[in-house]
Structure formats: structure tokens, C-alpha cells
Ligand binder design. Structure first.
Ligand code: ADP
Length: 622
């Protein structure tokens, strides 16, 4: 049989394994056992509808001290020669981590520690690895052998029932690495308990036990087969009996995330539907989370049998970042995967899970604000989309989970907190929307409102204003943009003063409107502009920010807000406009173009003709 070569990427990983100075080499056993368990899961599922596949599923560990081998056998689905070729000749998880050719030793070591890197981790302890396997339902068995980077061989072999045996021939002991430890019963027992206790199939091994010799004088032993693991899946255990580390290990190995999850949620529900769930809120959204190809979903078990790798139905889109497993004995096992999509019980579970996840979020918001802010920073937008996509249907469930950055306090508050801290007489919830906090904070309208002692919620996500629009009010307080002209916070005196100026400037405001005809719908005076000569707001349904979002979508390019040019009557340029009205109509026209461009820029929109703008600035500065 000719020696076949590994794919380049696999070769690099193998090379790393073989030369690894990683001290935690023992994880190889966990990886092999985990593969064995997955393979049994697959046959177990088939056995639900195919009685021929029915068997006592188990994993066996066998040691041969003379040959220095440890073998791990399963009676699962097995592999044929093509599968050996593609599964063992390439890295299955290469897409999961960005494995770089020049990754330094340290990265490699953390990689090994964190992911375990599967089957290849055998090569940290092995001088040779042999895999004998027979695929369920097929005639022939095959043997895959490799002594490392040079390559591997596949040849026909003998095996009775389907399944796989992985035999690891241990390297010779060297300073600091006693590979022969892995031949010892105590060590194997320790490793199985440490890493593989949750595996739901028995992991059996022949062990020596003292015999109950009647005479009692001579020490003698008998050999017995013992099951080393408790076989209780981690999600069935009591929360207090499982350490965070164990949860983390499970999370990593099932969901390939190297960062500790932000939160672990365990829940056991009895009643209408019965289920147990173990859920994880990741610390970061998965890399492809915002890509179309991302598949949300939870692993679905029925009484411990994996029936679906990724059951999408269990999570609403807006909670698609949640990972985990659900196990329910209520689910009909014989149901086909397609049928499962429509299962009534699944809907019930999904509803109950959604409620649970939201209530855990609520608790975190109240008890662990810092962690919640971290969570919201990563996943807040997704929640907001949940509120928006449901046309507001989910708003009652979600509105109290939203937090917003508030000026001038510079901290995140819930709507409830905002409302309860509202100034006496304040009737509405003020907000400003834009692209980032610093520019929002310095927005003249925001500082003007702040100066009067009112807080303003700063919205920087595209979806924010759309959600506010759907929400309309919170606790009977309407949400209101600070660029509206009727904030109701001006004193009587200010109002009178503005009215007087407005009447006096009627002609000027009309002239400006005519000069900017087609560009602005209205021109009015504003006392909220601070040092700015002009500002821009919108009238009607569509705010400036909403129009920006909508017009960025294909086909919507022409969507524009109805602009209102606001002019600061206390600014020098206003006085200039007043005098030009009497003396130089053309120059007044040019000043209007300049002021409108300024107003556009103040809300982050570039004027259409930047050169014209520059020339105008120069003219008026000179
Ligand atoms: P992973 O388990 O993350 O997919 P591995 O490198 O550990 O990656 O394994 C590669 C593939 O080899 C597995 O996905 C599986 O298809 C196959 N495999 C490994 N061990 C077994 C086994 N005991 N029985 C059947 N297939 C196996």
C-alpha cells in the first residue's frame, strides 16, 4: 500500500502536535473518546428507526503494556475508506480557527489547549496511530495507519461489527514526559473522570480488583470490567455539582469557542412540556454571526439521544447567538427531521426558552450591570432588531432590556431609569440620534437641552429610531427627538421672545426658504443652537437618521427627509443675513447656500457640491 500524503494544512498541524512541548498532552484521550461518543450518537439515531442498528452502545479502553498501546473502541457508525481519507487526512475544523503557517509556538500551544484539535492530538503522545473502522451497513473494514507527517496508509482490514478502534502506540518516555503513565489504570481512570465523565455511553475498561479470597492470607486479584464514567450528561446534572470549568470545557468542545461564555444558563422545566436545557451566552458574537450563512440553533436531544445537531426552531432570530443543548423526553423519537420542524412540543419549548433567556437577561441587568453592559454592547443591536422585526410585537418583552447612553450623565440607563429620574414637569423622553456618542454629545440641541437640566438618550444604532417609532412611548411618556421644535422646555419668556423675533424676521425667513426652494421645507428660528449659526431637523414621519438608513438600501436612494433649516437669531451671521436682505439679494442667496451646507454637515451629510461650499466659505471669511 502506498503512503499517502497529508494535506498541507494537516501536515503543519501534525508537525506541531508531534513536536509539541504542550504539557497537557493527556487531553488526547478526551478527544478520542469524544469522537467515539459522536460516532455512537450517529448510529444511535439511526437505530431509532432501524432495528438492525440496535445494540448495547459502549466505548472500550484496552491497554497492552508490552506493546505500549492504548486502544479506544466504539461500536458507532464507523468510517469507510473514503471517509478515513477525508476525515483523518484533513483538519475537520480548519475553518473554525485561523491556523496560520507561521503561527508562533505560543499560539499553537493555546490552540491545542483550547480546542484540543481533535484526532490529531493523539500525535502528541504517539509514535504511531492506527484506526480500524467499519462503516455501519457496509461489508468491508479498513485500517488507517500513520507514524506522523510523512503520510498515512489505508488498507483492508477485519472487523465484525461497525465501529472504530483507535490504537495509540505511545512514544518512549523522555525527560519530563512519562508517556507510559497512560498505560496505567489509575491514570486512565483519572482522565476519564476528569474529562469524559459526562459521556452518556459507558466507557468500560478491564480493571484489577482484590479478590475476596476466603483464606485471606495471599493477596490475589481478579480482573473485572468496570464502567469508569457516571454517564450523566452534563446538562442533566445539578448546577451545583458541576464546576464552571467543566461547563467551559463542554462549551468549548461542542461549540468551538475559545472564550469563556458570558453566562451559563441551566433550566429544567416540568409541566406542559418537559425539558432540560444548558445554554451559553457567548462573550463575543460568533465570527460569522452577521453573515447570511450563520445558522442559529441548539443541539436537540431526546432522552439523551442526539436527534438534531442544530435545531433552528428553538431560538428566535434575535437570540440566535445563544448556544447550547436541549433535552426533552416528550419529543417523539421516530419523527423524521423534517417533521420535527413542525412539532408542537418544539414550539412550546422554544417559547419557554425565550422567556427564560429574557428573564436571565433581566436579572443580569439588575444585579450585574457591568456584565450586562458588556453583553448589551455585543448583542444589544440584535435584541433591538428583535423588537423591530416583529413589527413591535415583541416590544413589551424587550423594552426593559434596552439600555441607552445618556447625556450629560455619560452612563447607560434603561427607559425605566430615565423616566424615574425625569425632571419635574418633563413630559417626554428626549433623544438624539446620530452615528457616534462624541458627536451626539456635542450636538447643539443636546447641549441646550442638557443645560436646561434634562437628560438626553443618545442613539447610535441604525435600528434605534425605528424601534422608538414603533414604541412611540414608554410608561405613557412619548419619545421625542431633541431636534423637534416643540420640546416644551422653553420658558414663557423665551417663547415670547422667539415669537417676537419670528414675526419680525418673517420676510427674511421666507426669502431664505425661497432661495433654498426644493431643498428645505421650512425655515425657522431656534434658541437651541448654542454657538452654531444653523442646524438641521426634519418634519413629518421620517427623521434625518431614518432617511439615512433607508436611503442606504438598494432602490431607496431617493428617500430624503423633509428638511427644516433652523437659524440661530443670536448669531452674527443672522444679523448679516438681515442686512443683506436690504442691500444685496444675490449675496444673501450665496449665504443661504453656505448655511444650508453647514447645516447638512452638522448632521453628518456632505453637501453635494463641496467646491462651491469651499468657495463660499472663502468669500465670507475674506
Ligand atoms: P472533529 O471531531 O472536531 O470533527 P477530529 O479531528 O477529532 O475533528 O475528527 C475528524 C473526523 O473524523 C470526525 O469529524 C469524524 O467524522 C471522524 N472520526 C473521528 N473519530 C471517529 C470515530 N471514532 N468514529 C467515526 N468517525 C470518526
Amino acid at each position: 500500500m502506498a503512503l499517502k500524503k497529508f494535506k498541507a494544512e494537516s501536515k503543519r498541524l501534525l508537525d506541531l502536535m508531534i513536536n509539541s512541548i504542550y504539557t497537557n498532552k493527556e487531553i488526547f484521550l478526551r478527544e478520542v473518546i469524544s469522537n467515539a461518543s459522536d460516532a455512537i450518537d450517529k448510529l444511535h439515531f439511526i437505530s431509532l428507526t432501524d432495528p438492525n442498528a440496535n445494540r448495547d452502545f459502549e466505548i472500550n479502553i484496552e491497554v497492552d503494556k508490552n506493546a505500549r498501546t492504548i486502544s479506544i473502541s466504539d461500536n458507532g457508525i464507523g468510517m469507510n475508506s473514503d471517509e478515513m481519507e477525508s476525515n483523518l487526512g484533513t483538519i475537520a475544523r480548519s475553518g473554525t480557527f485561523d491556523f496560520k503557517a507561521n503561527s508562533d509556538k505560543e499560539t499553537a500551544e493555546t490552540l491545542i489547549g483550547q480546542f484540543g484539535v481533535g484526532f490529531y492530538s493523539c500525535f502528541m503522545v504517539a509514535s504511531e496511530v492506527t484506526v480500524v473502522s467499519k462503516k455501519y451497513g457496509e461489508e468491508n473494514a479498513y485500517k488507517w495507519t500513520s507514524a506522523g507527517v510523512d503520510g498515512y496508509e489505508i488498507e483492508p482490514a477485519q472487523r465484525d461489527i461497525s465501529g472504530t478502534t483507535v490504537t495509540v502506540k505511545l512514544k518512549e518516555d523522555e525527560d519530563g514526559a512519562r508517556y507510559s503513565d497512560y498505560l496505567e489504570e489509575y491514570k486512565i481512570r483519572e482522565l476519564v473522570t476528569k474529562y469524559s465523565d459526562n459521556i452518556r455511553y459507558p466507557i468500560k475498561m478491564q480493571v484489577e480488583k482484590p479478590s475476596n479470597n476466603e483464606k485471606g492470607d495471599k493477596k490475589s486479584t481478579v480482573v473485572e470490567v468496570e464502567t469508569l464514567n457516571s454517564m450523566i450528561p452534563i446538562w442533566k446534572k445539578n448546577r451545583k455539582d458541576v464546576s464552571d470549568d467543566e461547563y467551559f470545557q463542554f462549551y468549548q468542545s461542542k461549540f468551538y469557542d475559545y472564550e469563556k461564555p458570558l453566562r451559563i444558563i441551566t433550566t429544567k422545566v416540568e409541566g406542559n412540556v418537559e425539558y432540560t436545557a444548558l445554554l451559553f451566552i457567548p462573550a463575543q458574537p460568533p465570527m460569522d454571526y452577521y453573515a447570511k450563512s450563520y445558522k442559529k440553533g441548539l443541539k436537540l436531544y431526546s432522552s439523551g439521544v442526539l436527534i438534531m445537531e442544530n435545531c433552528e426552531k428553538l431560538l428566535p432570530d434575535y437570540l440566535g447567538f445563544v448556544r447550547g443543548v436541549v433535552d426533552s423526553s416528550d419529543l417523539s423519537l421516530n419523527i423524521s427531521r423534517e417533521m420535527l420542524q413542525h412539532d408542537r412540543q418544539l414550539n412550546e419549548i422554544a417559547k419557554s426558552l425565550e422567556k427564560k433567556i429574557l428573564s436571565v437577561r433581566g436579572k443580569m441587568r439588575d444585579d450585574e450591570r457591568e456584565l450586562y453592559e458588556k453583553f448589551f454592547d455585543k448583542f444589544g443591536v440584535t435584541l433591538k432588531f428583535g423588537a423591530y422585526e416583529s413589527f413591535g410585537l415583541k416590544i413589551p418583552d424587550l423594552k426593559d432590556l434596552f439600555i441607552y447612553y445618556s447625556a450629560p450623565e455619560k452612563k447607560f440607563v434603561t427607559l425605566k431609569e430615565y423616566v424615574s429620574a425625569m425632571k419635574e414637569g418633563q413630559k417626554e423622553i428626549f433623544f438624539a440620534s446620530g452615528s457616534d456618542y462624541p458627536s451626539l454629545e456635542s450636538l447643539p440641541q443636546v447641549s441646550a437641552v442638557n443645560k436646561k437640566g434634562y437628560s438626553v438618550l443618545l442613539l447610535k444604532d441604525n435600528v434605534d429610531e425605528f424601534v422608538f417609532k414603533l414604541m412611540d412611548s414608554y410608561d405613557e411618556k412619548k419619545v421625542k427627538s431633541v431636534s423637534s421644535d416643540d420640546l416644551g422646555i422653553e420658558t414663557e419668556e423665551e417663547k415670547k421672545d422667539k415669537k417676537k423675533k419670528q414675526d419680525k424676521s418673517k420676510k427674511l425667513l421666507e426669502t431664505i426658504k425661497n432661495k433654498l426652494s426644493g431643498k428645505v421645507e421650512e425655515v425657522r428660528l431656534s434658541n437651541m443652537l448654542g454657538d452654531y449659526a444653523v442646524g438641521l431637523s426634519a418634519k413629518g414621519e421620517l427623521s434625518i437618521e431614518m432617511a439615512k438608513v433607508l436611503s442606504s438600501m438598494p432602490g431607496n436612494e431617493n428617500i430624503k427627509a423633509q428638511y427644516v433649516l433652523e437659524i440661530n437669531p443670536s448669531h452674527k451671521l443672522f444679523s448679516l443675513a438681515e442686512s443683506l436682505l436690504e442691500t444685496d439679494d444675490e449675496k444673501l442667496g450665496r449665504l443661504c447656500v453656505l448655511l444650508f451646507a453647514e447645516a447638512l454637515m452638522s448632521v453628518g451629510i456632505m453637501p453635494e457640491n463641496a467646491n462651491e461650499f469651499i468657495l463660499l466659505i472663502n468669500e465670507f471669511m475674506a
